[in-house]
Design a binder for this molecule. Sequence first.
Ligand code: F6P
Length: 533
Amino acid sequence: MWTDIAERGAAARDRSMTELLQSGNRASEFSVTIGDFLFDYSKTQMSEEDREALLDLARKSDVAARRDAMFEGGRINETEDRAVLHTALRNLSGASVYVDGSDVMPGVMETLTRMEGFAEAVRDGSFAGAGGAFTDVVNIGIGGSDLGPVMAHAALAPYCDGPRVHFVSNVDGAHIHDTLAGLDPATTLVIVASKTFTTIETMTNAETARRWMAEKVDDPAAQFAALSTAADHTAEFGIAPDRVFGFADWVGGRYSVWGPIGLSLMIAIGPDDFRDFLSGGHEMDMHFCGAPFRDNMPVMLALVGIWHNQGQGHATRAVLPYAQRLLRLPAYLQQLEMESNGKRVSMDGGDLPVHSGPVVWGEPGTNGQHAFYQLIHQGTRVVPCEFIVAARGHEPDLAHHHQLLVANCLAQSEALMRGRSLDEAREIMRAKGLEGDELERQARHRVFPGNRPSTTLMVPQLTPHVLGQIVALYEHRVFVEGVILGINSFDQWGVELGKELAQSLEPVLSGEADASDKDASTRALVDYVQRHR
Ligand code: F6P
């Protein structure tokens, strides 16, 4: 099965995308729409037969059965023995979802209602700090307890009409220092977001924030809220239960923005817009569950990913939002995709027969164009690019900016595909007056190989609903790729070893423990820090 996909990928290497696009209705046949939401993958080297083979792969990998098991509360996260039900958090239909025989939806809805009450109270000042209505909210969390809200908060800036929201994640004291500088403790609400409430970075930052607040506020705990599955730990920290928003272990960290972890976002944009965000995600869920695979956006996005990575051997994938407000989307997707599918052991404990998920990276356009696009166009490695762009912005007065933005986005995918031949480059040099060897030498530098694949996700406007669609689309893409690879996309054992070693190194750095069991390199680095701090 994998041999067939790899052989197809190799056979397609020299296939001209420009020629593919000349035949028939490829632009519409190699795209998927959900209402106004468009995913175009026509600028790839995938043929009709390749697509059939990939669809067959998805069918044989039991994607539909695994999908249904996920939505029905099955314990598909087998290495942690957990259900995977972030979809229940955005199940605005309220239809029952059972885990071990009990319906989780009443609890989900009750928590959503509590969050809404709290967010409204913060926004309208009926819940206030020692110095009056909250002007600032600081969300302390890391990984999935940070990246979702941080990404969505930036993406939805035009909808932010509540108090200012800030995010602290890094254990580097510089992060919390710079964030708290200039804030008034008496009008600041601190939200500690941690599924486990044991993550060292988050707990260290939370304690620092509490000390900072205690310098000015008599009862600092009264200005703290917690988002966690661990009610015992939040109580130990001193946060009253009415300001604790809990969720179940079936919400994975990197899938948690839809529930309590999204509280800071809800405070920023308001409960109605937050519901729009949820409804976008729910709409994508309905589509994912109902559409035939060929017309199914998450399935086709996943198959394009498999085609480029496992089929054609392209190890990385660039996510290039032509939307400055999506500046944190690449970082968000790095966790979503790489923590989920960066695994070398398959579900049954065997070695993965092919490479794991790709390296995901990116930056918003047009900035990236002036940085790394050189390599994308002329480097020796092919980087499949995923463009994301909205037809209209939120600044009607600056519509000409938006037009330039869109033109640049379309130009890049066109340039990647078309390239520039040696003859065309020679012509340009000739027009500049060059000739002979110098013309030849200069022309070669100006050749673009072209035939480089890209996809484009086009949306009407980056609204809360559309952002919900985008995030859920990528979640399901990761799920489908994981199922096809035979991976459990919902654990993250690969983050543990570094955490354990960091714990053992802290006393070594402080001098409380000796470094004799460390390797020579680590000992030398410790020695350097001890001499220079
Ligand atoms: O990096 C590992 C991880 O467990 C992520 O999966 C998670 O999102 C993050 O740490 C934060 O964990 P917590 O929400 O428990 O603080």
